[in-house]
Design a protein. Structure first.
Ligand code: B4P
Length: 197
């Protein structure tokens, strides 16, 4: 099993690159943002709680997203590997993920961290907000709050994996194809070094 975390601030291209990576490598895509938006669309109590936080640019409580990831792992037991997109976003989520993977006798292979300037992040998210219908994308104050949450709570997650020498920084500016090639360049040798299962 090969598991990877695609990491970076809001708007860094995690969702965009995840689509291309899962199609090339056949990994199961687990995006907590997508899972939360699907709860919102189904008007569940969890979705209602999540929406009020997401609309302010705040993170959703750890126990909620950890629970969602735990059930997604259980219901995809036969996956050849997982691509985690937007998760973990706090140290508590990172520690919980390691424990969940350990129970399944697997671990994170690598964290690929996309590096993008704040001006570019804001520009991309406002542009997506023109068409996405996402209420967290069409207000610059909310976008700045999301970036603030990233610096306050999420950036430390990279240090957590750095401690295990699992982090690779990738330039997240350029065309979508250029960034995709840079990501594949990091993944390919790691997959080749794995004993086939
Ligand atoms: P997410 O759904 O994870 O979304 P995101 O961080 O906004 O965006 P992403 O990084 O995937 O977007 P992309 O760059 O691909 O989170 C939304 C919210 O959910 C969070 O704020 C939080 O409230 C909550 N949440 C989610 N997970 C959580 C967790 N684990 N714990 C707690 N709360 C959680 O796309 C941005 C735009 O850039 C797109 O329009 C794209 O087309 C464009 N773009 C991408 N690459 C580009 C490039 N190279 N050049 C130009 N434009 C590009």
């Amino acid at each position: 099993m090969f598991n990877l975390i695609l990491f970076g601030p809001p708007g860094s291209g995690k969702g965009t690159q995840s689509e291309k990576l899962i199609s090339r490598y056949g990994l199961k895509h687990l995006s907590t943002g997508d899972l939360l938006r699907s709860e919102i669309a189904s008007h569940t109590p969890l979705g209602l709680e999540a929406k009020s936080l997401m609309d302010k640019g705040h993170l959703v409580p750890d126990e909620v997203v950890i629970g969602m990831i735990s059930s997604a792992l259980d219901s995809n037991a036969k996956a050849r590997g997982f691509l985690f997109d937007g998760f973990p976003r706090t140290s508590a989520q990172a520690e919980a993920l390691d424990k969940l993977l350990e129970l399944k006798h697997t671990s994170i292979g690598v964290m690929l961290a996309l590096n993008v300037s704040e001006a570019e992040l804001v520009r991309r998210l406002l542009k997506r907000g023109e068409t996405s219908g996402r209420s967290d994308d069409n207000n610059e104050l909310v976008i700045r709050a999301r970036i603030g949450e990233y610096h306050a709570k999420t950036a430390v997650v990279a240090q957590y994996y750095q401690h295990f020498d699992k982090v690779k920084l990738v330039n997240g500016e350029g065309t979508i194809e250029e960034i995709f090639r840079a990501l594949c360049k990091e993944i390919d040798p790691r997959l080749e070094n794995k004993v086939p299962q």
